[in-house]
Structure formats: structure tokens, C-alpha cells
Write a protein that binds this ligand. Structure first.
Ligand code: PRX
Length: 650
């Protein structure tokens, strides 16, 4: 909700165009725009061609069955996601190729070849079976960025269990809610991990969640190692050490033949209510589109070393650390920790040390690098890089150009990729060998994908809401346990057209400019947070009567969280309380949701029907002149708030 009018103005001033260089085109997979036309003429034949790049145990009988809003792709086909990420690479020269090169924050290293990874995944699949996990059962994964996260995900896929990965930065309560919603039987966690030099005690948080998760029968605990020293309590009969179970497990475990529409995973994401949504992804269509986009968007070649800096706890980690790159047989770099530990050169040192060729990160990180100065990247040899990517939030043209100059040295194309947890894979992006890029624009839909900009009435406009008018292979299939919410959230704005919740503009060349969320979802440093979730966490505190949360534009994080809080009668609104409330939200949800500003308000601006006027609160938080206040029950409330906010900021 970063003031769309301002964002549009800034973007309209951006006219620079960067065509693909001859050097890049010479080796690119796609150098001919004909693919777009071919995909448009017959999207089903085009996607079927991609699906045939995977290995299927049984062929499909129909490419697409579309009964809006439900799609089935590759109907009747049988395959296994882990088999496609591992087994099929063992037959040829990739067998001893590095699949995963991992570096921990303290500097410890591990390398898994495809063969190694296959063995570890098969072992862990047998471990899960020995704990009673069957096809269709849910397994919760709450791990730091260590190889075991990928191993656990692929082990679930191998036996047809459904994983639900919960980002390690989420609180015990968030973990509990996600376990309960998915009715997970097993939890895979670790003693802890490292973040900015400090241990993060995951098992301790998991223990708090586990007090209220009766569905969990077994907990597998990975010992992080690398000098980590956090105390762990193991509950007899329930908790098991990963290394103990793995030592006894066989490395032979056949991959289950899954139906194309069998669930691969559930991943929770924030929506406009207090309750996160379990986004459901299935196997055949998802694997097809993550495979296709990884290969073409990142122009992935056999000898590349690919690094995506996301956490496996988010969809970017699922699709572009694990399933996409491994299905392509790539070498993937995985890094556990922070970009500024032990110093601000850490990322560039990793690129130099391992010879990274493809680097995929988020605008928030790029803006932080900008702030840290060009000296840091300049100290390292970044000459192996040949392609850069951006994801998660709109990238401002300044950050784009800085990235292009100081990281890509003017040589590397930048792919700004728009997509969502719900879309499963990249939807709007340049193909780096053919599409000229513009700083701030994600350019055009991937071949085989359609996108439009519509107004509320569903008419095509230049500036309005992004809309996806046709089903795509990796689309979410539903919301776990709540199909009605699926219909309401995504398919009720226009008939049979998907509504992603983003504002967008289309320019004279037909390029898309994504302008941020238009619903009550925030994007803070590329992390999706629901305003209602933060409000519920605040109201949960005994001192709070009412709370309203909005996003305000932030130079570094894209959006920051501003909370307006009214306290209960008799409670003193002090600085100590403000700190306590911020901490309370961090404990309820996770540190990423901690409000940046808390303003104590005697009243919140409401319409006569009692609805909180968020638009006005955003105006206040962003220091704008107040818009129309005539519909308010008490216009004086908002004027008072505005002066209080300015006083606090001043
Ligand atoms: O608002 C869009 C923004 O991130 C939202 C999706 O968030 P999430 O499901 O957490 O997935 C993030 C990683 C794919 C979108 O609704 N977004 C994502 N990529 C871009 C973007 N906004 C602008 N440009 C992008 N490239």
C-alpha cells in the first residue's frame, strides 16, 4: 500500500531501457520471441512440452481440466517430485555433481552431490516411515537454513507426505497454530541455528508450541553442530535425535508414484484476516512450472552455480532453492545466516569464494547494500556473476540501477520476478536473452501465462488491479480446509479471473509495473504480514482496548508497520508499555511483525458504521495532508491523531 499515486509518479519518470547484451544472448536458452506466440497459440501443448522434461511414472490423459475456480493439470499422470529432483540425475553425468553447497554462518561447510543427497533423502524418508508417516500425512518442518531442511522436504515428497515448512523466525504460537491447522503428525526441528552470531533456540520454541499440539506424535531434532551450544530437553518416547534415527535407516527407499494432483505441500501465508491461510500446492503442475521458470528465467546452464538468498521457510525457498533448481540438476548454494555477519562483505565473499554465477535476492537486501556503500562489493571478485534476480517486493529504480552497476558491473541482466506464495512459481518476468528490461518493471508474463490490468468492473485499464485471467500449472489449488475462503479471496472480484491483491500499471510497451498490495496485507522487507494478525496480537495484550495497524512507506524495508493503539481505562500509555507491546507482538507472531511505530490514541477514526478508516491512518503515518474526513463519525479524532503523530516523530 505504498502510496500508489506517488509510486506511479516515480516510476513514470523512469525511461531507461536495458536490452540483453550480445554476450549474454550468445549463450542464452531463449533468444527468439517466437516462444511467446507459440505459447499463446496453444498454452496446453506448450505446458505439456515442459511437463515432458520431467520424468513421469505414468502419462497424463488430459493436460488441463478447468472447472473454475478449480484446476487440475496433467490429469491422471503419476510422478514423484523428489524422484525428479534426485533420482533422474543419477543416471548420467550429474551423479557426482554438487547438488547443494552449504555454508553456515560461523563458516562451516558441507557439500552434497546428487548421489549424497539422494542417499540422505532416502534415509530420512525411511525414518519418517518408521515414525508412522504415511502418504497424505502432514509433517511440520521448523528448521534453520541447514541442508536438513531441504532433505526433510524432499523426504516427505518421496513418500507422498505433505510438508508444511514454518519459517524459523516465527514464534512458538505461530508454529502451534500452523501445526494445529494442518494436523501435522511429526515435527522436524533443530536444537537451533545461528543468526548474526547469536544462537537461535528453535527446540525451546518448539517445546512451547508442543504443549498444545496433540496431533504431533514424534519430534525429530537435528543437532546443528558447528559449535552451537543451546540446551535441549528431549521428551522420552516423543523426541528423537535426527542423527540417531539416520544411523539406523536404510538408504533404499522407492519413490511413491503420486498423482499429479496429490498434495506436495502446504505453506501458510498472511491474508486479510487474523488467521494465516494454508496455501495448497500439488505435484505435477507445480513441478512443471518451477522447472520451466528456473531454466528460462535464470537461464540456467549445466555449469552454473546458483544462489537464492531466501529462507526455505518462504515460497521462494521452496520453489527456487529446492524444487526448481534441483529438478534442473543445478548446483545450489545455500547460506544459513545474515548478510552482515561477521561483516557487510559476507555475501560478496561467498560469491567470490564459490564462484556464484546466478544471484537471486530481494529489494530490501539491495537497499541495505546500497546504504552500506559500494566499498564492500568492490573489495571482492564478482566477475563470475552473469545474471541477477530480484523478488518479493517492488524494486525502486535507484536500487535496480545500483544493483546493475555495482553487483552486475553493467554486464548482468536483471530479472525482476513477480509472483506469490499462491502462484507457486514466477509469473511476470523478463526472459533475460530476449526481453529488454526497465528499472522497476517486471516486464511481461512468462510464456504461457496471461496477465491483465483491470478496474473494479473487470474492464481493461492502464492502471488498476493485476488480474490473471487463465489457470496456470503451479497455481494454488485451494486453501487447506477452507475452500470457501479460497473462492472468496481470489475468485470473487471478477468472474473466473484470479485476483492476486496487487495494484499494477501497464505502459505503452505493454510492460507491467507492480505497485504493491491493495488489500490489508503488508510487505515488510519482502515478508508478507497481515494487518489483522498484528492487530489481534496487540489486542491480546491486557492493556490494549483497540488497535489499528497500517503500513507506511519505508526507505529500507519498503513498508514499515505503524500501529495506532487505544489503551484500556486506567492504563498509562508510557514508553515502557510501548516497548512491551512491540515485544508482545514479536512473541505472538515473530520478530518480523514487531511494529516500528506505536502511537497511543484516545480514539480511532471510524465511519458512522464503526469501520476503522485505515486510509486516514496511512495518511497520518506517512505525513500526508488529510483527505476527505466528512464520512467520519467524529472528524476531530483524526486531526488530533495527526498532530500527536507529528509530535512523536518530531
Ligand atoms: O505484492 C506482491 C509482492 O509480494 C507479494 C507476494 O508475497 P509472498 O506470497 O510472500 O511471495 C513473495 C515471493 C514470491 C505479491 O502479492 N511481490 C513479489 N514479487 C514482486 C512483488 N511486488 C513487486 N515486484 C515483484 N517482483
Amino acid at each position: 500500500m505504498a502510496a500508489p499515486e506517488q509510486a506511479i509518479e516515480a516510476l513514470l519518470l523512469e525511461h531507461r531501457v536495458f536490452p540483453p547484451t550480445e554476450e549474454f544472448r550468445a549463450r542464452a536458452h531463449v533468444t527468439d520471441t517466437g516462444v511467446y506466440e507459440r505459447a499463446r497459440r496453444d498454452p496446453e501443448a506448450y505446458w505439456a512440452e515442459w511437463a515432458r522434461e520431467l520424468e513421469w511414472f505414468e502419462p497424463w490423459s488430459q493436460v488441463l481440466e478447468w472447472r473454475p475456480p478449480h484446476a487440475k493439470w496433467f490429469v491422471g499422470g503419476k510422478l514423484n517430485a523428489a524422484y525428479n529432483c534426485l533420482d533422474r540425475h543419477l543416471k548420467g553425468p550429474r551423479r557426482n555433481k554438487a547438488a547443494l553447497i552449504w555454508e553456515g554462518e560461523p563458516g562451516d561447510e558441507r557439500v552434497y552431490t546428487y548421489w549424497d543427497l539422494h542417499r540422505e533423502v532416502s534415509r530420512f524418508a525411511n525414518v519418517l516411515k518408521s515414525l508412522g508417516v504415511r502418504r497424505g500425512d502432514r509433517v511440520a518442518i521448523y528448521l534453520p537454513m541447514i541442508p536438513e531442511a531441504a532433505i526433510a522436504m524432499l523426504a516427505c515428497a518421496r513418500i507422498g507426505a505433505v510438508h508444511s515448512v514454518v519459517f524459523g523466525g516465527f514464534s512458538a504460537e505461530s508454529l502451534r497454530d500452523r501445526i494445529l491447522d494442518a494436523e501435522a503428525r511429526v515435527l522436524v526441528t533443530a536444537d537451533g541455528g545461528f543468526r548474526r552470531g547469536r544462537p537461535v533456540a528453535l527446540k525451546e520454541a518448539a517445546d512451547v508450541a508442543l504443549r498444545e499440539t496433540p496431533t504431533i506424535r514424534h519430534v525429530v531434532v537435528v543437532k546443528r553442530g558447528g559449535g552451537l551450544d543451546v540446551p535441549v530437553r528431549m521428551m522420552e518416547g516423543r523426541d528423537h535425535w535426527y542423527h540417531d534415527l539416520m544411523a539406523e535407516a536404510s538408504a533404499q527407499c522407492p519413490a511413491e508414484a503420486m498423482d499429479a494432483e496429490d498434495l506436495l505441500y502446504i505453506l501458510y501465508t498472511s491474508g486479510t484476516t487474523g488467521r494465516p491461510k494454508g496455501i495448497v500446492h500439488t505435484t505435477g503442475g507445480y513441478m512443471t512450472q518451477v522447472h520451466a521458470t528456473t531454466k528460462w528465467v535464470f537461464d540456467l546452464h549445466e555449469e552454473d552455480l546458483y544462489w537464492c538468498t531466501a529462507d526455505v521457510g518462504w515460497v521462494t525457498g521452496h520453489s527456487y532453492i529446492v524444487y526448481g533448481p534441483l529438478s534442473c540438476g543445478a548446483s545450489v548454494l545455500m547460506y544459513e545466516g545474515a548478510p552482515d555477519w561477521p561483516d557487510r562483505g559476507r555475501f560478496w565473499r561467498l560469491i567470490e569464494k564459490y564462484g556464484v554465477t546466478i544471484f537471486y535476492t530481494a529489494p530490501t537486501a539491495i537497499r541495505a547494500f546500497m546504504r552500506w556503500g559500494t566499498d564492500w562489493p568492490a573489495r571482492f571478485d564478482l566477475s563470475t556473476l552473469r545474471l541477477l534476480g530480484s523478488v518479493g517486493e517492488p524494486i525502486n529504480p535507484e536500487a535496480w540501477v545500483w544493483y546493475h552497476e555495482h553487483i552486475g558491473h553493467g554486464r548482468c541482466p536483471i530479472v525482476d520476478t513477480w509472483w506469490q506464495t499462491e502462484t507457486g512459481a514466477i509469473m511476470i518476468t523478463p526472459l533475460p536473452g530476449v526481453v529488454p528490461t526497465k528499472p522497476g518493471s517486471a516486464t511481461i508474463p512468462f510464456p504461457g501465462i496471461q496477465a491483465e490490468v483491470l478496474n473494479n468492473e473487470g474492464q481493461k485499464v492502464r492502471s488498476g488491479f493485476l488480474a490473471i485471467p487463465a489457470p496456470w500449472p503451479s497455481m494454488l489449488r485451494t486453501i487447506w480446509g477452507d475452500d470457501e475462503r479460497y473462492r472468496q479471496t481470489y475468485w470473487s472480484k471478477w468472474p473466473d479471473i484470479y485476483f492476486p491483491g496487487d495494484g499494477a500499471k501497464i505502459d505503452d510497451d505493454g510492460d507491467f509495473w507492480l505497485l504493491g498490495r491493495v488489500d490489508d496485507v503488508l510487505n515488510v522487507a519482502g515478508h508478507r504480514i497481515g494487518t489483522m494478525e498484528v492487530e489481534s496480537a496487540l489486542v491480546d495484550h491486557p492493556a490494549v482496548a483497540e488497535a489499528a495497524v497500517v503500513g507506511r512507506a519505508d526507505e529500507l524495508k519498503g513498508q514499515a508497520i505503524a500501529a495506532f493503539v487505544t489503551v484500556k481505562e486506567g492504563v498509562e500509555p508510557t514508553d515502557t508499555l510501548r516497548k512491551e507491546l512491540r515485544q508482545h507482538v514479536a512473541e505472538k507472531i515473530g520478530a518480523i511483525a514487531r511494529p516500528d511505530d506505536i502511537l497511543f490514541a484516545a480514539d480511532l477514526p471510524k465511519t458512522r458504521s464503526g469501520k476503522i478508516m485505515r486510509r486516514l491512518l496511512r495518511d497520518i503515518a506517512e505525513g500526508r495532508a488529510l483527505g476527505d474526513t466528512t464520512t467520519l463519525a467524529d472528524p476531530a479524532v483524526v486531526a488530533r491523531l495527526k498532530s500527536e503523530y507529528e509530535e512523536k516523530e518530531g
